[in-house]
Design a binder for this molecule. Structure first.
Ligand code: ARG
Length: 296
């Protein structure tokens, strides 16, 4: 019986090393040595990662104020998990197995600062907050706008980019020449975004899509009167879709992007703020915005 157990244990070790080895080589392929998992492979069940991983007592033993559970998990696993929705150029763009863009560059710098691997989970935008609070991801980086109701659920970092909700229409549309003309019109948005909330101020006829690029296709095909989305993705959409143009007047006031961590993870927030401060001081964010706005 005992030898049987030993054999089993040995087998387990072998299997685990194979799994580990597989992971490591996978993680080295991306430009920012990302490893990938898609949203679908993330357990949608809740409790899987709710417990502090075993061996974490040091973090819980009266040192809570020194290291958050988030930070302990990152250090212990040797990786940090970035959650995003990679259909939002130039901030996140899916390229084969990788996610590239401004947020991907920032995420890579955060992993580098912490000395851990970066793993990315590409998922529905609307699922991001829940994925964070249920510990499936360690931070959100998604051109994510600071909003009071989101602030109740997550801890935002410092801001790194100013954006504004922008209106896309079909070229030659004489009915919509200013924001107020959106009243009662059929507007396409990415579900759960600030574009979605802005559209509600103009109309009840909102068509919600998984991403703004899909909304743009319906606009092109004449099924929508307008699309409301953040300015940089809007610019890239009209750049790549003949027959679509931007209105000069914006749909709402300026907003600001930040990353977000779990409430209580003030140490991780501080590290990210440090990274952001360095990047902003070095002019890196603008550099990346340029770089990823002229893809193709
Ligand atoms: N800034 C908007 C918001 O926070 C849209 C963000 C969409 N981001 C994305 N990766 N799809 O609601």
């Amino acid at each position: 019986m005992k030898t049987y157990k030993k054999v089993l244990a040995l087998l387990l070790v072998v299997v685990m090393s194979i799994a580990l080895f597989g992971c490591a080589s996978n993680g080295n392929e991306g430009p920012a040595s990302q490893s990938q998992s898609n949203g679908s492979s993330v357990q949608s069940g809740e409790t899987e990662q709710d417990e502090t991983p075993g061996g974490n007592e040091a973090a819980d033993n009266g040192q809570e104020s020194e290291m958050s559970e988030s930070m302990a998990k990152i250090k212990e696993s040797g990786k940090i998990i970035w959650g995003t929705n990679a259909a939002f150029p130039p901030f996140e763009i899916r390229r084969g197995d990788d996610v590239i863009g401004v947020d991907a560059e920032i995420a890579a710098k955060i992993a580098e600062k912490l000395g851990v691997e970066l793993e990315v989970v590409d998922m529905d935008f609307e699922g991001l907050i829940n994925a964070l609070t249920s510990k499936q991801i360690d931070f959100i980086g998604a051109g994510f706008t600071i909003k009071p109701d989101r602030e109740e659920q997550v801890l935002f970092t410092d801001t790194y980019f100013k954006a504004v909700q922008t209106i896309i229409i079909q070229e030659g549309n004489t009915e919509i020449t200013k924001a107020a003309d959106l009243e009662g019109k059929t507007i396409g948005v990415q579900s759960g975004t600030t574009g979605d909330f802005t559209a509600k101020e103009y109309t009840d006829n909102i068509v919600r899509f998984d991403n703004a690029l899909e909304a743009a296709i319906d606009l092109k095909n004449g099924r929508l009167d307008a699309v409301i989305v953040d300015d940089l993705p809007a610019q890239m959409i009209v750049q790549e879709n003949e027959g679509l143009v931007l209105l000069d007047e914006k749909a709402a006031d300026d907003e600001e992007y930040a990353l977000a961590v779990r409430k209580g993870a003030t140490d991780l927030q501080a590290v990210i703020n440090e990274v952001l401060a360095e990047l902003k001081a070095g002019g890196k964010i603008e550099e990346w915005v340029e770089e990823y706005s002229f893809l193709n």
